[in-house]
Design a protein. Structure first.
Length: 444
């Protein structure tokens, strides 16, 4: 089949899907995984399989769902308007939290690059400054954001690819083996402790289905891109983090805010390490820039659907939801202050766990709708059974990720979710009015 003009190829969509996951999810991974040891590779296997199941199920939802609005549209098939609201609400909250973690990653690398020791309060202040800088730069619109993002992403891709290939020359099997289980965790305890951080690295896997209108032959290519991007990211994550674990001693990884910079300093020289840190800061900020714009888009779509206040739906002449961006960034600033912790790594950990908990909610709502979506679109029964089974596997993995995130993130995530039900109560009358009008029109 001839490729349509202005349409992406399957290779391009696969690359975009992988980059969306890798943009910022990887740069603090080696430090966080060092808390468990190199046995965290087992978590990668579990998360890789779970993420592929999620990616495949999302690809099927994207192809067959007639509803717009991404995961909210999928959830509506089984859970109605309230489920659609909760999916949009929890996904929006998750991104708000996740972006604070991305900003903290950038601050962490920048502090090591500049050789500055930051107090917990200073970390919070610089995180807020970084968030506002990204927001203000987004006022120019999607075109500027897209151009900056396509350039800055190379700041993470190049170091990760170098580590994954050239890094083997510095790899020590003895050091890797010595770091296998330094805290003497049991098998399930060790795997569970790193599930949240590995799932964090895969957030964004649903983005291929969100771009299905922009790809040639979507019914064939979207599933390929979803699975291909997820598998590609998984391979790169597993290789790069495990190579670093064999280059840098586990104790050193535990005590750094810039693990990739430390690895390059060990391999080559402190100067090369500084260059890599600079590249990572630029890449992380570019990813934050794109995700801040994405959050405003998610809130805008929800406002148009009647879920969120109308102020989030207002845009400027160039289509930028500036008011929404400002309100979101004010909220993030408050959260950054509320989550100040003794160390930057600890604050990053708190935010990642909370982001994962809130992000898994729309995943579960979407997985619960897969069977209904396929049946309502008269998909062949054999395909329905296979896809439903895969969605059950994805749901089981998602529930395990919730369990592994710990009691505190689950506690706060539950409060956020319960608040969502209350908030839906304030807007639900709009959809009841729509139903009443539909009924009246039918009987008229």
């Amino acid at each position: 089949m001839k490729k349509e003009k202005n349409k992406m190829s399957v290779v391009q969509l696969t690359m975009i899907t992988a980059i969306n996951m890798m943009g910022s999810g990887i740069i603090m991974l080696p430090t966080k995984l060092a808390e468990v040891g190199t046995m965290s590779i087992l978590s990668w296997v579990v998360t890789g399989l779970g993420s592929m199941a999620l990616a495949y199920a999302f690809a099927q939802c994207g192809m067959f769902s007639r509803n717009s609005g991404g995961m909210g549209g999928y959830a509506e098939y089984s859970h109605g308007k309230s489920g659609s609201f909760m999916a949009n609400y929890s996904y929006g909250i998750s991104l708000v939290i996740a972006n604070i973690a991305i900003a903290i990653s950038a601050v962490g690398y920048a502090s090591v690059l500049l050789g500055v020791e930051l107090s917990p309060v200073a970390v919070g202040v610089w995180t807020i400054f970084t968030l506002w800088l990204a927001t203000v730069l987004n006022f120019g619109g999607a075109s500027i954001t897209g151009k900056l993002g396509s350039f800055t992403v190379w700041g993470v891709i190049i170091p990760v690819l170098v580590i994954s290939t050239v890094g083997w020359f510095w790899f020590s099997g003895a050091d890797y083996a010595a770091a296998w289980n330094p805290n003497h965790f049991s098998f399930f305890e060790g795997v569970g402790k790193s599930i949240s951080i590995t799932l964090w690295a895969f957030l964004g896997l649903e983005s291929a289905s969100a771009n299905m209108d922009a790809v040639d032959n979507p019914k064939k290519n979207v599933p390929i891109a979803c699975l291909g991007g997820t598998i590609g990211a998984a391979i790169i994550y597993i290789i790069s983090t495990n190579v670093i674990a064999g280059i840098v001693p586990n104790a050193d990884l535990l005590n750094t805010n810039a693990p990739f910079g430390l690895a390059f300093s060990t391999m080559f020289s402190p100067t090369i390490g500084k260059i890599v840190m600079g590249m990572m800061v630029i890449s992380c900020f570019g990813s934050l820039l794109g995700w801040q714009f994405t959050i405003a888009g998610v809130f805008r779509t929800s406002a148009i659907q009647g879920y969120f206040p109308k102020v989030f739906g207002k845009v400027t002449k160039n289509g930028t939801p500036i008011m929404g961006m400002v309100i979101i960034t004010i909220t993030q600033s408050l959260l950054a202050l509320m989550t100040i912790s003794p160390t930057l790594s600890k604050q990053f950990d708190v935010l990642v766990n909370l982001a994962v908990v809130t992000n898994v909610i729309p995943y579960l709502l979407s997985m619960g709708a897969v069977n209904v979506i396929l049946k309502s679109e008269n998909v062949p029964n054999r395909k329905v059974k296979i896809t439903t089974f895969i969605s059950i596997v994805a749901s089981a993995y998602s529930l395990y990720a919730l369990y592994s995130s710990g009691l505190q993130p689950m506690f706060y995530g539950s409060i956020v979710t319960f608040a969502g039900w209350v908030l839906y109560g304030f807007v639900s009358y709009r959809f009841n009015l729509e139903k009443d009008l539909e009924v009246k029109n039918i009987h008229a």
